[in-house]
Structure formats: structure tokens, C-alpha cells
Ligand binder design. Sequence first.
Ligand code: THU
Length: 145
Amino acid sequence: MSKVSCSLPDPQLLEGAKAAFKQAYAPYSRFRVGAALRTSDGRVFFGANVENASYGLGRCAEQSAVQAMATAGAREFTEIVVYSEATPPASPCGACRQILFEFSPEARVVCVNQHGDVVSGRVAEFLPHGFRLEQRDDGHEVGTL
Ligand code: THU
């Protein structure tokens, strides 16, 4: 993770991630997370973590934001801001890194907390060697790096 650095978040995404954070449903962990992303065509989508009494069914904020984006027909984002009240700021879990990688390996990830601490980097820096499927000439799908 040596390439992960500390560049500032897009202010509109930061405000959106904070607003989403307030909507998080986290009665079990009591750990709220909000996310906001901007698509390549300029739209903004939000996500919050949504937990469940059946614990394994909980959804992370980042995944919720990607679901909102994809449901609206967008397929690429340039930046995602993840807001939590943790020090250092919470960074996407392994599953979310793969979910972000599916759509935008080059997007910026900016993790921020209430003190303004920042951890940032490209999706592909958070998830080296992420998994992709590509269509071969013979129609088969192959995993690639
Ligand atoms: N969580 C997120 O939503 N995003 C992260 O980046 C880390 C963890 C959520 C999942 C769960 O609802 C709570 O935080 C505690 O793990």
C-alpha cells in the first residue's frame, strides 16, 4: 500500500458522504459509514452501510453506492469518498475493493474522518491484482489481471 497517499476529497462528495453516513443503519456494529461517488458523466450517487439481524446480510456503504450507480445505468466513476468516524478513517474492506475494481480500477478512493484525516489512492492501488473477466475470441471468459 505504499502508493496510498493523502489527497483532498472533492468537497461535494465529502458533503454527500457525510449526509449518507447520517442515514447508515448500523444497530449491531454501531459503526456507521457513508460513501459518495461521482460518475464519469458527472452524476453523484450515495451509499450507507445497512446491517441486518442476520449479520452476514449486511451491506457496506461503498457497495450500496455502486449498486445505486449501476442501477441508474452508469458504469464508471472517477472518485469515491468514504466517510467514517474512525481513526485512521475506515478504508474499503476487501470485498468492496473488488466491487469498486469491477467498474473503475483507476478511480480515486478518498477515505476521510471527522478530523479531516485522509487516506487516498487509486482503486487498483487498494486492490493490486484485482480479478477481471474478459471475453476471449472463442466466446469463453477468462480471468485476467
Ligand atoms: N463497513 C462499511 O460500510 N464500509 C467499510 O469500508 C468498512 C466497514 C461497514 C460494514 C458494517 O456494517 C460496519 O461497517 C462494521 O463492520
